[in-house]
Design a protein around this ligand. Structure first.
Ligand code: NAD
Length: 492
């Protein structure tokens, strides 16, 4: 497939509460980044509606058998849900693409199947991870038993609407919790469809709810609700700090925070295949137009490799085809909003004022009328204090710094604030392992950049890039509380 007509995609502007759609008066205009057209209006839940939804979820948690069901039965429902998501691709993929930055080709090949697989992955933990028996004295039996929290609030960003939501809701539900999800107000619709499919799969009504609204009104009320036992969030570091503070003041209650990044790609002159490395670096900054938390946005290259690497990256940039998300030929996505487009331009201007040289790109792309497109951009002659090196840009802008020896390269790779991910490219195993040990990042990729389809490897940030992990066993366990039990079994 298959391009589609954006007008042909029906969107339901509603919340999803207690297993049903709940319409609300449209309060926010929702705009398509591909052409700047307003295509829907979104209701915004106020504190009263948030209260109703959380109470409803709490009642479903208490009165349905979701948490007490045999875990394999919970897993079976989740697997059925994953099958329904996949079978629904023809509806879900255009719904995901139409108002987001995700091109239809990628929604079909990646976003929808990856979301479904995530649900399956976490379902498998339901009957495999529980508590443990402690090694106590023989007249006691000590145990840790695992239990769900109750109602978990999940707050998601716009950059991969379905997947970022699934990374939160799938482990929470598999562990027996009820969930209230607030998608981003910029990409609110595909998650509603997923919630509808969850009920079709057999999830009790009220166990998975979607509440719509902006962060300040709806998101904040959700975090502060006394019956929300835990908040799991993906988004910017600044919002993460607000959420943590709201959770501290109204709890304290636990948080998982997946936040921003400014990840380095450290390339040594002996990198195994410079052309392959250059293409991987280009993909890592232009995938979703750089709107990926783990974008490799700082290239740090050893002097001897600088010229061939930079030339090959520019060649890869030139092959990209900006396009609307409903066009199957699109290989460079739009920027999410006009505001974000301006922000990217502003940082590039400040970077230039601080001495940066634009090696290619450096401006908006006017070819697609009404849309928000920024050219893949390479900025040279930057030092560690340049705004483009320090700030998360969340656009297709790559800075290039040059180093001579290993120590200098590693020092440049270190960022004062962020520590989400890093890439190291070298044929020297010892050097790669020294870098792995030195780099302060939650994930380090060696001679590659980006996740594999192995859900078992957790992701999460060091420093101000986050607290806790998504994916892997760690994400499942983060949705459980552990109760210690000590039983006196007496003496014969
Ligand atoms: P954002 O922080 O602006 O918004 C994220 C979500 O938080 C939205 O649903 C928003 O409505 C909500 N929100 C905003 N203010 C709130 C408040 N005070 N209380 C409660 N909720 C609130 O982020 P964004 O622009 O949607 O996403 C981009 C950011 O997300 C980037 O910084 C990116 O690095 C980060 N991100 C991180 C990861 C990761 O795994 N570490 C993954 C994807 C995106």
């Amino acid at each position: 497939m298959t391009s589609f007509d954006p007008q042909s995609v029906p969107v339901r502007c509603a919340h999803f509460i207690g297993g049903q759609y709940r319409d609300g008066a449209p309060r926010l205009d929702i705009t398509r980044p591909s052409d700047g057209q307003v295509y829907a209006g979104l209701p915004v839940a106020d504190a009263d509606l948030v209260d109703e939804i959380v109470e409803n979820a709490w009642n479903a948690f208490k009165t349905s058998d979701w948490r007490s069901r045999p875990p394999r039965e919970r897993a079976r429902v989740m697997r059925r849900w994953a099958d329904l998501i996949e079978a629904d691709t023809a509806i879900l993929a255009p719904l995901e693409a139409v108002g987001s930055t995700r091109p239809i080709g990628e929604c079909l090949s990646f976003d929808v199947p990856f979301a479904a697989e995530g649900v399956r992955f976490f379902a498998e933990f339901a009957d495999k991870v529980g508590g443990e028996v402690a090694s106590t004295a023989s007249d006691h039996l000590g145990m840790q038993i695992s239990e769900p929290y109750g109602v978990i609030a999940a707050i998601a960003p716009w950059n991969f609407p379905l997947n970022m939501a699934c990374w939160k809701i799938a482990p929470a539900l598999a562990a027996g919790n009820a969930v209230v999800l607030k998608p981003s107000e910029m990409t609110p619709f595909s998650c509603l469809r997923m919630a509808e499919l969850a009920v079709q799969a057999g999830l009790p009504p009220g166990i998975f709810n979607v509440v719509q609204g902006d962060g300040r009104t709806t998101g904040d009320a959700l975090c502060r609700h006394p019956k929300v036992a835990k908040v799991t969030f993906t988004g910017s570091t600044a919002t993460g700090a607000s959420i943590m503070s709201a959770c501290a003041l109204t709890g304290p209650k636990p948080v998982t925070l997946e936040l921003g990044g400014k990840s380095p790609q450290l390339v040594f002159a002996d990198a195994p295949d410079l052309i392959r490395t250059a293409r991987s670096i280009a993909r890592a900054i232009t995938g979703n137009a750089g709107q990926v938390c783990v974008s490799g946005s700082r290239l740090i290259v050893q002097r001897a490799a600088y010229e061939p690497l930079v030339a090959e990256i520019q060649r890869a940039f030139a092959l990209l085809q900006p396009g609307r998300t409903w066009d199957s030929h699109t290989s460079l996505a739009p920027i999410i909003s006009a505001t974000q487009l301006q922000r990217i331009g502003g940082i590039v201007e400040r970077a230039q004022a601080a001495g940066a040289e634009v090696l290619c790109g450096g401006g908006t792309d006017p070819r697609l009328e009404g849309g928000c497109f920024y050219q893949p951009t390479l900025l040279g002659n930057v030092d560690a204090r340049n705004p483009a090196v320090l700030e998360e840009i969340f656009g297709p802008v790559l800075t290039v710094q040059v180093f001579d020896d290993e120590e200098e390269g590693l020092a440049l790779a270190d960022h004062p604030v962020y520590g989400l991910a890093a890439g190291v490219h070298t044929a020297d195993l010892g050097r790669a392992l020294r870098a792995v040990r030195r780099l302060e990042a939650g994930t380090v990729w060696v001679n590659r950049y980006g996740r594999s389809a192995d859900w078992i490897i957790p992701t999460g940030g060091y420093k101000r890039s986050g607290i806790g992990k998504d994916l892997g066993r760690a994400a499942y366990e983060a949705n459980l509380r552990f109760k210690s039990v000590l039983i006196d079994i007496g003496q014969h």
